[in-house]
Write a protein that binds this ligand. Structure first.
Ligand SMILES: NC(=O)C1=CN([C@@H]2O[C@H](COP(=O)(O)OP(=O)(O)OC[C@H]3O[C@@H](n4cnc5c(N)ncnc54)[C@H](O)[C@@H]3O)[C@@H](O)[C@H]2O)C=CC1
Ligand SMILES: CC(=O)[C@](C)(O)C(=O)O
Ligand SMILES: [Mg+2]
Ligand SMILES: [Mg+2]
Length: 348
């Protein structure tokens, strides 16, 4: 474990230098890792583990689209691809990567195969933190661990293939075997993490639910819509409004932020822009802070978890989500975006 200084605060992190892949392989050499679920995280984590030389199998509902996807990805029915129950039975480590709502429904099957010494792995603190709502209470004689990649499973896989790594947090809820630490860190390295930072199940889920509802997904769409609508209401064309709201951000300015921080991006813009941005950012912070405070409090009360459980446990939950995504896609802003993306020279 390396202690690193993050802007004046010291934290424990695990890097690939101190916990190389060879060490991870050694730690897990006698384990059978079952990836349960083949949605978004399942493919990313299982394929990275497989390519990294671990003993991995996949458990997925038969006769589902994602079973076919697993077959297409090279998982072999009866050898490395099983139904959920059989995979749980064969596993020494169960990576529970069903959707958070589905984890509740399938829990009795998983629990049945959590025999002493096995490990139960999550990529979210949801099931355990909100246990009164999920009913997911693991037996005392198994390790309960978490590796939460801080990004989409799609990116986890893509970045691995590019020789990069997506950062993940890790946590231990229960160490029954005395091996929980080595197991979780080895798995974190194995799934393709850039570096690993320490958390708890509760802190992971509170920050994750806040982040995705906030700047990562909810707030960003909100602020895009507010600016786009303002520009359109004042007579600007869709092309101008979209470029000035989204395209310039994703294509030109965010890569500069990613590379070297906000001040670097500012420094590469005009002094006119710098003057204005430095004057206005605090106003936007102050306007949105109360919304973030409300959001965090809803998360901490469990209301966001409950809403997610209630809606995503309905049999037709995907249809509902897809309808709402369609509405976004068909909005003028994102229709304009589609045309703008087509006009990128590299897409011609
Ligand atoms: N999507 C992502 O990239 C991220 C997800 N996570 C966490 O990882 C875990 C897995 O999330 P996703 O990959 O998004 O899951 P998902 O929503 O893509 O679903 C995964 C699998 O669950 C299966 N499934 C759904 N309902 C089922 C049921 N009733 N019975 C049996 N199987 C069922 C689906 O067939 C699918 O293969 C969750 O805890 C999530 O919070 C964490 C970081 C990012
Ligand atoms: C991609 C990710 O980490 C999220 C946004 O938290 C999620 O998909 O739940
Ligand atoms: Mg997340
Ligand atoms: Mg999340």
């Amino acid at each position: 474990m390396a202690v690193m200084n993050f802007g004046g605060v010291e934290e424990n992190v695990v890097t690939r230098e101190e916990f190389p892949l060879e060490k991870a392989r050694e730690v897990l050499k006698n384990e059978t890792i079952a990836i349960i679920g083949y949605g978004v995280q399942g493919p990313g984590q299982s394929l990275n583990l497989r390519d990294n030389g671990f003993n991995v199998i996949v458990g997925q509902r038969k006769e589902s689209k994602t079973w076919d996807k697993a077959v297409a990805d090279g998982w072999v029915p009866g050898e490395t691809l099983f139904d959920i129950e059989e995979a749980c039975q064969k596993a020494t480590i169960i990576q529970y990567l069903l959707s958070d709502a589905a984890q509740i429904e399938v829990w009795p099957t998983v629990k049945k195969h959590l025999t002493p010494g096995k490990a139960l792995y999550f990529s979210h603190g949801f099931a355990i933190t909100y246990k009164e709502r999920t009913g997911i209470v693991p037996p005392a004689d198994v390790d309960v661990i978490l590796v939460a990649p801080k990004g989409s499973g799609t990116s986890l896989r893509r970045m691995f293939l590019q020789g990069r790594g997506l950062n993940s947090s890790y946590a231990i809820f229960q160490d029954a075997t005395g091996r929980a630490h080595d197991r979780v860190v080895a798995l974190g390295i194995g799934v393709g993490s850039g570096y690993l930072f320490e958390t708890t199940f509760k802190r992971e889920v509170y920050s994750d639910l806040t982040g995705e509802r906030g700047t990562l997904m909810g707030a960003i769409q909100g602020i895009f819509a507010a600016q786009y609508e303002t520009l359109r209401a004042n007579g600007h064309t869709p092309s101008e409004a979209f470029n000035e709201t989204v395209e310039e951000l994703t294509q030109s300015l965010m890569p500069l932020v990613a590379e070297n921080g906000m001040d670097w991006m500012y420094a590469n813009c005009s002094t006119t822009a710098q003057r204005g941005a430095l004057d206005w950012w605090k106003k936007f912070r102050d306007a949105s802070k109360p919304v973030f405070e409300e959001l965090y409090s809803e998360v901490a009360k469990g209301n966001e978890a409950q809403r997610s459980i209630d809606t995503n446990s309905k049999p037709d939950y995907r249809k509902g989500l897809e309808e709402e995504l369609k509405e976004l896609r068909e909005s003028e802003m994102w229709q304009a975006g589609m045309v703008v993306r087509k006009l990128r020279p590299e897409n011609n």
